[in-house]
Design a protein around this ligand. Sequence first.
Ligand code: PA5
Length: 475
Amino acid sequence: MKLTEEQRKKMRITVDYTNMTDKYLGDKGISQKTLAAHKPLAKAAHAYVAENRGKDELFMGWTELPYNQDEIVADILATAKDIRKKFDCFVVLGIGGSALGPSMAFSALCHLHYNDLPKSKRKGPKFYVEDNVDPVRMKELLDVIDVKKTCFNVISKSGATSETMTQYLIIADLLEKAGENVKDHVVFTTDASRGNLVKISKELGGVKSFVLGDGVGGRFSELSPVGLLPAAVLGIDIKLLLKGAAYMDKLCKTPDLKKNPALLSATLQFIAMNSGKNIGVMMPYSDNLRYVSDWYAQLWAESLGKNTKLSGEPCAVGQTPVKALGVTDQHSQVQLYTEGPYDKVVTFLSVGSYKEKTPIPHGCENIPDVGFLGGHTMEELIQAENKATAYALTKAGRLNYTVTLPEINEFTLGQLLFYFELQTAYAGAMFDINTFNQPGVEAGKKATFALLGKPGYEEQRKALDGAAPDPAYIV
Ligand code: PA5
């Protein structure tokens, strides 16, 4: 789909930071003077990202994904067509960066009850993302799919993630027992040469595989085959998704804080974090966008939660992401946001035009609490509640800003993803940390290897046994 410049502008996502400023929040807000004082740091962060973009050795290959995948996209589209023809179900086996993006795009761009729709009303097979090793979940997935009619997309950069590989072993065993050729039922998305899935592919005689480039870490991988294959299987326009990302990239070329949306929000968040705002709430006013919060939580937490600066100096930075949903959590968490500790920044995700308006019929006119609703639409109601919550927080001196998608489609979602990725890269550069590693995650993976007796982890096993719970402290 080709978009004119005018259509692009109409579909441009915007960031309204009015409610972050002292103009509305008084001494609880950020002044223009403070913002101006951060201009040199923001400019340096912008320059760092611009100079290092595309560098695999720094894990910044993700910046080029909107531009360098023509052949891959063609291959993905052909593979997706084939999968749609052959299979009733498509299951993603992956975790973390290999699962959150596919779940988010599915939820954002497909029918909210997609799997319950009849086949004729779905653009692709039934869709599942299995990102846990809860044995009940695995068993109950197997209750609703027929492995003989299912394609499994095993997504793991390393091919050494216990969760994903456990799922793979179970599925491969079931397929073999069912007399199926495993190779015909799996697609791998993995590292080009180093990952274990490369070895398994060879053993199986060459599995259809897509490459997750060296410079693309899990949480920055949604615009790579990790996210693009599942999206294409679902009939999502992946070219438009990439165009949206490229458009945001273009908007963020400028180091001018007031014109670059990702740089602006990174700077505001940086200022807020340095004044004790340790919690970042993301509150989409849209069920379609609810899993953006999950995807963002990993991106923001794993990237910024670090204890050492690039200079080697110790630090303790990061912001704890909290997921909320508008309007649902107005009746749950908003009391805390409005009157609790001043330790949060709330990011609203708003929608300019919902794909459904859903008129509210007239009725109960003699009951004022109900009668006033008739004649409005549910779209008006959700938008009013979004504005009302932002207003209430602002009145209470609470930092909040609003990212608006004119509507939810591939082009705006692509912009949103790239906006958050750039925002994260800029914020990490401001903190002078390694935004793209995750030593804390690796430590947990290694401890699991030791506990389950993987050769080479014997010393760690001893240390873990030594740290066993003390019965004296168990009540
Ligand atoms: O962001 C990350 O790098 C992690 O969340 C990984 O995606 C996750 O641990 C899965 O790793 P792998 O793709 O190697 O299976």
